[in-house]
Write a protein that binds this ligand. Structure first.
Ligand code: NAP
Length: 229
């Protein structure tokens, strides 16, 4: 069956970048926004760019109410309010994917620094606000919007994946690997999401230092035969 993915904040840079890649891979993609007109306009643009799949614009709650996988791509400053606005809309069995990087810039600080959150990470904050029974998976932090939007190029980056529900992580790994060049790697439980979020800030710092638009993350040494006895 065709996988249905809702992207909450799908009108933004990261959300629309993921959406175009998933549409190109043939998934059914629902673009969520606080504004229906904006969602529909961006959905039409993404459909034209992808030339495949099906892309439809909805308000955030409507998008969530129709999807098995919900990807949250909003700024940290909006994460709590947006989660409260969608928490009653999840389908039974749905998965919430959080891609929030808790950057200091959200509170007037620097782009390449993270802020500490009471829950330990933005993903754990999302888990606290998610409805009971909806597993939260943290990933996509290292996949830059800049790389995603170059739709004829490989995204040369691993997608590290954290979460406490193995089935949810497997499902999200499958959709991550529909993006050409992306390898999904299980990076442990949700309380390790802080490392993924910090590594995204590190990539931003490297972009700034080396004056490049984006750089990716590759983990080596995890292949067959490399298992510690
Ligand atoms: N940009 C990247 O390369 C990248 C990479 C990895 C992870 N991320 C993470 O993904 C999230 C989104 O990043 P982004 O660069 O896509 O941000 P963005 O372009 O600013 O887009 C975010 C979207 O969030 C929605 N939103 C909801 N409440 C908002 C509010 N109070 N203020 C502003 N926007 C609000 C907006 O959609 P509507 O107005 O249509 O509702 C907006 O289009 C962030 O947490 C970021 O750390 C970004």
């Amino acid at each position: 069956m065709q996988q249905v993915v809702a992207v909450v904040g799908g009108t933004g840079a990261e959300g629309s970048g993921l959406a175009v890649r998933f549409a190109k891979a043939g998934l059914r993609v629902l673009i969520g926004s606080r504004n229906l007109d904006r969602a529909q306009a961006v959905a039409s643009e993404i459909a034209a760019q992808a030339g495949a799949g099906e892309v439809i614009g909805h308000t955030n709650p409507d998008a969530v109410s129709k999807a098995a996988i919900v990807i949250l791509t909003v700024p940290l400053s909006a994460q709590v309010d947006i989660l409260k606005s969608i928490r009653t809309s999840f389908l039974s069995g749905a998965i919430l994917v959080d891609a929030t990087v808790p950057l200091e810039i959200a509170v007037g600080g620097r782009l390449s620094r993270t802020v500490s959150l009471w829950d330990g990470s933005a993903a754990q904050q999302a888990a606290r606000l998610a409805p009971a029974g909806v597993p939260v998976v943290a990933t996509f932090h290292a996949l830059s919007a800049e790389a995603l939007k170059r739709i004829d190029q490989l995204v040369d980056c691993d997608a590290l994946i954290c979460g406490d529900n193995p089935e949810a992580k497997a499902t999200v790994s499958e959709i991550a690997e529909t993006i050409p060049g992306v390898r999904a790697i299980d990076a442990g439980p949700l309380d390790s999401a802080r490392f993924l979020e910090s590594s995204a800030a590190l990539l931003i710092a490297l972009n700034l230092r080396h004056k490049v638009k984006h750089c990716g993350l590759r983990i080596t040494g995890l292949g067959p035969g490399e298992v510690y006895p």
